[in-house]
Structure formats: structure tokens, C-alpha cells
Design a protein around this ligand. Structure first.
Ligand code: BTN
Length: 258
């Protein structure tokens, strides 16, 4: 695979490798560099308070997986298209897993979990800072289950890359493949071309978990059967319920029943 990105320090990139931290997202958000437009990557071997979506915790045994956060400062990304960051991150994780494993059965469970079959291999927590109608900075926090074989938390369906391929995997090669891919997408996002955002979105839609399939979901009204028919550029999930009605959701308004 041809490389476009190196993890070496440069005028546009810096990397901090930590042994232990509460959360790489917290660490990066507290690092005060308001005018520094470089991409900053923080990795950790262990998090004492790794955060998942909402109030969830993120489990990761020391030194076995990838835990990192990348801060980017898009120059002209409208808030209305900020879901593009989520799409770019999910696709970059998916491609890095494909590149390192040779497997192609990874999918993106809306909005940005990475799945293999019905198991979760990676999770993404994005925290955006807005200024007016633009995204000022975005902290993209990623946990990839690389070599951990046993999970003890109550997370329903974790699985690691090593478990999928049957041997341990070099973590840095996954990180490099991720950075290579996301740097390319972020450059396109930064150029602000509508076509690039549309291409990213259509690529994201192609990799969706359970796309066009009928499954059970739960919303505030209860359990229902529906077909996933779309994710809009805004990030809303659109389901076609069995009663023929379209239902449109924001993150956390609906749950997949696995
Ligand atoms: C989820 O699927 O619930 C999101 C998980 C995100 C976990 C990563 S690990 C690195 C970064 N630091 C955190 O505290 N969380 C994210």
C-alpha cells in the first residue's frame, strides 16, 4: 500500500505518546493551543477513565489495543456538514482494519462504530468545538480492539482484530494506515469542495451495517421492525418501518436490537 503520511513530527503534525491518562480525548481538549493549526495525535497505553458514547466507559487492557485522539482544525467546515468528520473517521478505521487484516467484511454501524459481523471492533467519540456556523476544532477519539482476547465489562459484543485473524497484530501498522487514510480525507474536507463531501458521504453509505435489511429497533415508543434506508449528510438515520412510515432519528434516539 502506498503511504502518504508519516507519524514523524512535522510543521503540520505532532504526536504525543502517553503511558497512562484518564482519557486521550480529555487530555487533548485541555491542551491549550488555540492558534495551532497542526494536527495533534495523542496515544495512550492505558486510560483510567476511557469514555464511550454517552455515559458509557471504554474498556481496554493495558498495552493491548489502540487508544488515541486526533485533534484537527478544519478551515471551513460548515456545522451543517460536520458529520463528514465522523464519516471520514469511521471509513479510515474501516480501511485500516481491512488493510492490516486482508478481511473485507467490516461495516460501519451508524453513526460510527466499526463492526465485524455482529461484533464491535472499534468505537469513535467525536467532540467538536464550534465557532459561529463553522467547526473550529474536532477531537476524534478512537478505541480499536487490536489484541485483547477477553473483555470483562458489560459491553455487549466486543471483538478484537487478533481474534478475527487468529494472531496478534502490530498496533502501529493499524495506526499508520488509519492516519494515512484520514489525512487524505481531512485534506479534502479542508478544501471545502461540496463534491468531496458528497463522495465521502456516498462511500460511508456503501459501508453501512444492516443497510437495506429488515431488523428490529427500539425507540421511545417501543420495539419495531424496519429497514435502514438512509443516513442523511446531516447524520440522521432514516428507517422505513413495517407500517410503511419513514422514521428519522438523531444519535441516541433509536437503538439497534442485536
Ligand atoms: C464508543 O463506541 O462508545 C466510543 C468509544 C471511544 C473510545 C476512545 S478510546 C480513545 C478516546 N478516549 C476516550 O476516552 N474515548 C475515546
Amino acid at each position: 500500500m502506498e503511504k502518504h503520511f508519516s507519524l514523524d513530527e512535522s510543521p503540520t503534525f505532532r504526536m504525543l505518546e502517553l503511558d497512562e491518562v484518564d482519557s486521550t480525548n480529555n487530555y487533548l481538549r485541555q491542551l491549550d493551543m488555540p492558534d495551532d493549526r497542526r494536527m495533534t495525535l495523542v496515544t495512550a497505553e492505558y486510560q483510567t477513565g476511557g469514555r464511550g458514547a454517552g455515559t458509557n466507559r471504554w474498556e481496554s487492557a493495558k498495552g493491548e489495543n489502540l487508544l488515541f485522539s486526533l485533534r484537527v482544525m478544519p478551515s471551513a467546515l460548515p456545522v451543517a456538514r460536520m458529520f463528514a468528520i465522523s464519516e471520514a473517521a469511521a471509513l479510515a478505521v474501516l480501511y485500516s482494519l481491512e488493510a492490516v487484516s486482508g478481511e473485507t467484511a467490516f461495516t460501519v454501524k451508524w453513526p460510527n462504530d466499526i463492526y465485524y459481523g455482529d461484533s464491535k471492533v472499534a468505537g469513535i467519540l467525536i467532540e467538536n468545538d464550534l465557532m459561529g456556523s463553522k467547526v473550529k476544532s474536532s477531537v476524534i477519539g478512537i478505541g480499536i480492539n487490536v489484541n485483547q482476547r477477553r473483555f470483562v465489562s458489560d459491553a455487549p459484543n466486543p471483538r478484537s482484530l487478533a481474534d478475527i485473524v487468529g494472531h496478534d497484530v502490530e498496533r502501529r501498522s493499524v495506526l499508520e494506515a488509519f492516519m494515512d487514510r484520514i489525512a487524505l480525507s481531512l485534506k479534502q474536507i479542508d478544501e471545502g469542495k461540496e463534491e468531496a463531501l458528497d463522495a465521502l458521504h456516498s462511500n460511508y453509505r456503501k459501508h453501512l451495517y444492516r443497510f437495506a435489511e429488515k431488523h428490529k429497533y427500539r425507540d421511545e415508543m417501543g420495539v419495531f421492525c424496519a429497514t435502514l434506508i438512509d443516513v442523511e449528510p446531516s447524520g440522521h438515520l432514516v428507517l422505513m418501518a413495517d407500517d410503511g412510515k419513514r422514521r428519522r432519528y438523531e444519535f441516541k434516539e433509536v437503538k439497534y436490537i442485536l
